[in-house]
Design a protein around this ligand. Structure first.
Ligand SMILES: NC(=O)c1ccc[n+]([C@@H]2O[C@H](COP(=O)([O-])OP(=O)(O)OC[C@H]3O[C@@H](n4cnc5c(N)ncnc54)[C@H](O)[C@@H]3O)[C@@H](O)[C@H]2O)c1
Length: 358
C-alpha cells in the first residue's frame, strides 16, 4: 500500500492506494466523525461492493443510510441532489456526519456536492471504483452537478477528508471504462512526466491486464502528479489548467455526441491528438513526439480520429461557450515535448481555420 498526502493546510488529506483496501476501510477513517453516515453509490457498484462497504462502516460504529442511485451521467441532477438531501434529513445527519462516495466520477461528484452543501459542508470520504475516479476525479475537490444547459456548472471546490483507493475493484470494471480512463493516465505523462510516459510505452499489456504492482504504480504516480498540481493551485487560478490537456476539444466531442456516443476519456484521447497537431502547426511540438502520443493511445486501444459527428462550426461555438474560455479567447494546453506543456490562448477564427485544415 502507498499513501500520498495532499497538503492544503487545514484541508490536507491522505490518499491510500493498494489492492484490497476496502476490506480494511476502518483503518483509514478520520477521527472525530459522528456515528451516522450517508453512503452514496450506484446500482452497478452496489451490486459488487455495497454490502461489503456498508458492513465495514457498521463494524466501525456507524449507522449507515445507503442511497443507491441509477448509474449514469443523468444522475448528476438537481433531482438526485434533492433525493440525497432528503436522505440526509431522514437519517438525521449532523455537521460531523460523513457522506461517503462509493463509485465512479459520477457518484463522487454528486455525493461531494451534497457533502459540500448540506449544512454548509459535512465530512466527505471518497472510495473511487473506476480508474478515472482513482486517477483523477476523487482527488482535488472538484464536485458538481449538471445544469440542463451545461455540464458541471453547479459546483464547488470541496476537498475530501480521505480518499481510499482499492485497486482490486478495477477487476469488475467494464473494459471500455478501463480503456477510456487510460487517456487520463497518458495525459499525466505528457503534461508532467516523460519517464512515466516511457513506462506506459513499455508496459501497456501489463497495465491492461491489471497486474497488481503495475496498476498500483500508475495510480500512485497519477495521484502524486494531481496532488502536486492541486497543492499549488487548488482553485484553478492558473497551473491547474494543465490538467485540461486534451479537454478543450474533448469536451466539444462529448457535447456533439450528446454525452452518449463518447466516454469522457475517449473524447480526451482525440482531444490530446488535436492539441498535439495544433502544437506541431505552431512549431512547438515535434511530429515524432506526436506520433509517440498517437501510438501509445492506439496501443490501449483508443481511437485517435475525429468522430463522424464532428462539426467544426458547432465545435468552435461549444469551445467559446465553455466555462474555461475567457473573453472570447479559447484556452488551449499545448505540448512542447512529452513531459511539458504550456497554456496558449487562441482566437475562435484561428482555431476554426486550423480545424478546417485537419
Ligand atoms: N471532479 C473531477 O475532478 C472530475 C474529473 C474528471 C471527471 N469527472 C466526472 O466524472 C464522471 C465520469 O466518471 P467515471 O468515468 O468514473 O464514470 P461513472 O461514474 O459513470 O462510472 C462508469 C460506469 O462504471 C460502473 N462502475 C463503477 N465502478 C465499477 C466497478 N468497480 N465495477 C463495475 N462497474 C463499475 C458505474 O456504475 C458506471 O456504469 C463525469 O461526470 C465527469 O464529469 C470529475
Amino acid at each position: 500500500m502507498r499513501t500520498i498526502k495532499v497538503g492544503l493546510d487545514k484541508r490536507s488529506y491522505d490518499i491510500h492506494i493498494g489492492p484490497g483496501l476496502l476490506d480494511r476501510l476502518e483503518d483509514f477513517l478520520p477521527p472525530g466523525l459522528s456515528p451516522r453516515c450517508l453512503l452514496v453509490t450506484d446500482a452497478h457498484v452496489d451490486r459488487y461492493y455495497g454490502r461489503q462497504v456498508s458492513s465495514k462502516l457498521e463494524q466501525a460504529g456507524f449507522s449507515v443510510a445507503k442511497a443507491v442511485v441509477p448509474p449514469g451521467e443523468a444522475l448528476k441532477s438537481f433531482a438526485s441532489a434533492r433525493e440525497l438531501y432528503d436522505a440526509a434529513f431522514d437519517h438525521k445527519l449532523d455537521r460531523k456526519s460523513p457522506v461517503v462516495a462509493l463509485g465512479g466520477g459520477v457518484v463522487g461528484d454528486l455525493a461531494g456536492f451534497i457533502a459540500a452543501t448540506y449544512m454548509r459542508g459535512v465530512p466527505f470520504i471518497q472510495l473511487p471504483t473506476t480508474l478515472l475516479a482513482q486517477v483523477d476525479s476523487s482527488v482535488g475537490g472538484k464536485v458538481a452537478i449538471n445544469h440542463p444547459r451545461g455540464k458541471n456548472i453547479i459546483g464547488a471546490f470541496y476537498q475530501p477528508q480521505v480518499v481510499v483507493i482499492d485497486t482490486s475493484v478495477l477487476h469488475t470494471l467494464p473494459p471500455r471504462e478501463l480503456r477510456a480512463a487510460m487517456a487520463e493516465v497518458i495525459k499525466y505523462g505528457v503534461i508532467e512526466d516523460a519517464s512515466f510516459f516511457d513506462y506506459l510505452e513499455g508496459n501497456m499489456d501489463r497495465v491492461m491486464s491489471l497486474e497488481d504492482a503495475v496498476i498500483q504504480k500508475i495510480v500512485v504516480r497519477c495521484c502524486e502528479i494531481k496532488a502536486e498540481i492541486v497543492e499549488n493551485d487548488e482553485k484553478e487560478a492558473g497551473l491547474r489548467a494543465v490538467l485540461n490537456f486534451g479537454h478543450t476539444v474533448g469536451h466539444a466531442i462529448e457535447a456533439l455526441g450528446n454525452y452518449q456516443l463518447r466516454k469522457h476519456g475517449e473524447a480526451v484521447a482525440v482531444g490530446m491528438v488535436v492539441a498535439g497537431r495544433l502544437a506541431v502547426s505552431r512549431g512547438l511540438f515535434k511530429d515524432a513526439e506526436l506520433n509517440r502520443l498517437s501510438r501509445l493511445l492506439k496501443s490501449v486501444p483508443l481511437d485517435t480520429e475525429l468522430p463522424a459527428e464532428w462539426d467544426v462550426q458547432r465545435a468552435v461555438e461549444l469551445m467559446v461557450q465553455d466555462k474555461k474560455a475567457y473573453q472570447g479567447e479559447i484556452n488551449f494546453v499545448l505540448p512542447e515535448t512529452i513531459g511539458r506543456v504550456r497554456l496558449e490562448k487562441i482566437s475562435p477564427e484561428e482555431l476554426k481555420a486550423f480545424l478546417l485544415n485537419l
